[in-house]
Design a protein around this ligand. Structure first.
Ligand code: MN
Length: 227
């Protein structure tokens, strides 16, 4: 057997401080996962999380250029904690979920907000709003064996040095283990999956020439230029 055209390369992400790479199968993203005042709301306010996907070849490594996408005039940044899955499973219990994690990174869920708003209004899929080329900037992955499983810590994003998003991981409505558990009830989670775990408040537009920087305490930083 041979492929009739050259096989596409396997998408992958750098492991921090090494020459090794994490091969990527799928990119899942959690929808809304922070509330600015979650502690003022009761647990009974929680609604089930929802998920969408980006294609694996949408990944853009930190330090790279983000080409402003066509068919949009309102492209937003969403800084997010990213979980890298090493061990697959279905119906994973939250209490067991961290045993499935390889490590952590941070990413920016770039979003064509105008396309997304139109899709919501028309009852259509978010595909073009979320899964476009280069829509998944990501920093290098830190193994959990090095950094543990961060459950709190500052998560922030700045545009041209001005802080736009500034929150804490402990404000996630669904923490990492709960997110994995929910996802694994919808899909069989597999080694090589990434999960973008949702963004805090402060999302907003970027324009060509902007430089986005972001970070999560204990996980690292990312820098992406809009071109
Ligand atoms: Mn997002």
């Amino acid at each position: 057997m041979s492929f009739v055209i050259p096989a596409p390369p396997t998408a992958s992400v750098e492991i921090a401080g090494t020459d090794d790479r994490f091969p990527v199968r799928r990119i899942y993203c959690i929808g809304r996962n922070y509330l600015a005042h979650i502690r003022e709301l009761g647990n009974d306010e929680r609604k089930p999380p929802f998920f969408f996907q980006k294609p694996a070849d949408a990944l853009l490594p930190s330090g790279g250029d983000f080409p402003y996408p066509p068919q949009s005039n309102d492209v937003h940044h969403e800084i997010e904690l990213v979980v890298a899955i090493a061990k697959g499973g279905k119906n994973i219990a939250a209490a067991d979920a961290l045993n499935h994690v390889y490590g952590y990174s941070l990413g920016i869920d770039m979003t064509r907000r105008d396309q997304q708003n139109k899709a919501k209004k028309d009852g259509k899929p978010w595909e073009a709003a979320k899964g476009f080329d280069h829509s998944a900037p990501i920093s290098s992955i830190h193994p959990a064996s090095d950094i543990g499983h961060p459950a709190k810590g500052r998560i922030w994003l700045a545009v041209n040095g001005d802080i736009r998003q500034d929150s804490d991981l402990d404000l996630q409505i669904w923490n990492v283990q709960e997110g994995i558990s929910h996802l694994s009830k919808l899909y069989e989670v597999m080694p090589g999956d990434l999960i973008y775990t949702g963004t805090p408040d402060g999302v907003g537009p970027v324009v060509t020439g902007d430089v986005m920087t972001g970070g999560i305490d204990g996980i690292g930083e990312i820098e992406i230029k809009v071109v």
